[in-house]
Write a protein that binds this ligand. Structure first.
Ligand SMILES: C[S@@+](CC[C@H](N)C(=O)[O-])C[C@H]1O[C@@H](n2cnc3c(N)ncnc32)[C@H](O)[C@@H]1O
Length: 176
């Protein structure tokens, strides 16, 4: 399944840590790209360093207009999956979501405009309690991909972790 993530809204005080985490979680949990508003350019550098060291070709795309992004993704046969505590239960909807070929997961960094709810093909709640866009995203991606994303290996990685019971083992694929 092809998965992209759209983060809507920017807080008055830019929260670079949360923005970076939204990108890192998207990458580590199986999405190929995150689209978001003007962010600290360091975030792009951080993600490209992570790609170089640990592999993948994950992309960060800076956007100007979320509505245009949603419309063009719909034309490109993406289903729009908006995460909101007011939506239908993930537990009920996950079998339908798994059947999709391409999804754009929309998360809010602040109050999300009403139109997003109308443009979405699915409004999905990860429980009906307020929590965070990052936790909602991680749980959704894990349910949709059923844990397979946790086993991904990248041929272009410079480093690869050898899982161990204690300590840290890292193979440098360029020298070892
Ligand atoms: C801090 S919340 C902001 C919610 C905001 N008060 C609103 O009314 O949209 C940021 C984002 O986290 C996600 N989120 C929070 N709780 C969620 C839940 N229970 N289910 C799905 N998504 C959730 C949504 O994408 C939401 O836009």
């Amino acid at each position: 399944m092809k998965i992209e993530v759209l983060r809507i809204g920017q807080r008055l005080v830019r929260d670079d840590r949360v923005t970076t985490h939204a990108a890192l979680v998207s990458r580590a949990f199986g999405a190929s790209k995150i689209l978001m508003y003007d962010v600290n350019p360091d975030i792009k550098d951080t993600i490209s360093k992570i790609n170089r060291m640990w592999g993948s070709d994950f992309k960060v795309e800076i956007i100007e207009n979320w509505k245009e992004v949603i419309s063009s993704k719909k034309k490109g046969a993406f289903k729009i999956v908006h995460l909101t505590m007011y939506g239908e239960s993930l537990n009920t909807m996950e079998p339908d979501l798994r059947k999709e070929d391409k999804i754009l997961v929309v998360i809010g960094a602040e109050k999300v405009p009403r139109e997003v709810y109308d443009m979405a093909d699915y409004n999905i709640a990860v429980g009906n309690q307020p929590h965070s866009e990052i936790s909602a995203l991680a749980v959704l991606l894990d349910r949709v991909l059923q844990g397979k994303q946790l086993q991904t290996k990248y041929s272009n990685a410079e480093h690869e972790i050898i899982p161990t019971k204690k300590g840290k083992r890292v193979m440098n694929k360029t020298t070892d």
